[in-house]
Design a protein. Sequence first.
Length: 318
Amino acid sequence: MNEERILASIYGLLIGDALGEPFEGLNRESIVRDRVNLREIKLTDDSILSLIVASSLIEKKRVDRKDIAGSILKNRSFIVRMGPTTSSAISHIEKNIEYISKEGTTNGAAMRAPPIGWIIESDNIKEICESVYLSSSITHGTDVAISGACAVAEAVSTALDGYSRERIIENALNAAEIGERYGVHVRSGYRLRKRLGEVLEDERNLGEIAKEFCYSIETIDTVPLVMASLKERKNFKETLIDLVSLGGDTDTMAAIAGSILGAEGGLKGIPKEWVDKVEVLNQRFLSNLQFADRLTVRNERGLDLREMAKRLFEIRNP
């Protein structure tokens, strides 16, 4: 594994977010699949919060809750379409930078979990889950939210390590089970590991499975659909379009899947025209992020995503 796979995972996350952004909150009947494509690109909280976590990891070489929380506060004006749990947490962080959330079953922790997978090898699953908990608990403190975030981080890390699709899914399930040991326990019907198992054993296609899910931002709805999409073994572009076509939290589902599939297939698996559009967006938008001021990952076009991937790789392989 080299930094190019991490770079592809970063691109995959940004592309998924931008691809899903125009369709967020719509139901599936309102979305014409053939019209799902990258046009005018906009990023949401999925990308910005993930880059905030990644920048902190580069600076601190580990999860530093206080540093991540401070960077979220500094960059909140850039965080578009922030979820309700994150918004609530920010109001607490303003008063107490050491705040630990005890609420939130939504997917805000899962959507910013990929950077943890970028720096820790998949065999260190307990370390991944502990690090995910530290990062998640800034805003999301329930077992179901942390469980979903652990599954995502482990899936990304396993993909980076070059394992099979079956192993990626298996490790995600194991991480989800470990993640349920953390945080405030919600009602038993919210066991994510159980829901994931049921979805992955279901022999129907993604579209049929999704009919039984809500159009919500809940971890219990979105993370299982991402894992179900991986089971279908389609390529990067088809998988992301399939997820966006389901409606609901389209940007988050596509961002999570994009980070996993980018890690698995590298840049060669992502349409070049999509990569090029992210580069244009970087010049217009990502260069404004304040957290980047302390990093040597800038160039005349904004954030140097390749340099960011290199620095993350160096943490993963000291």
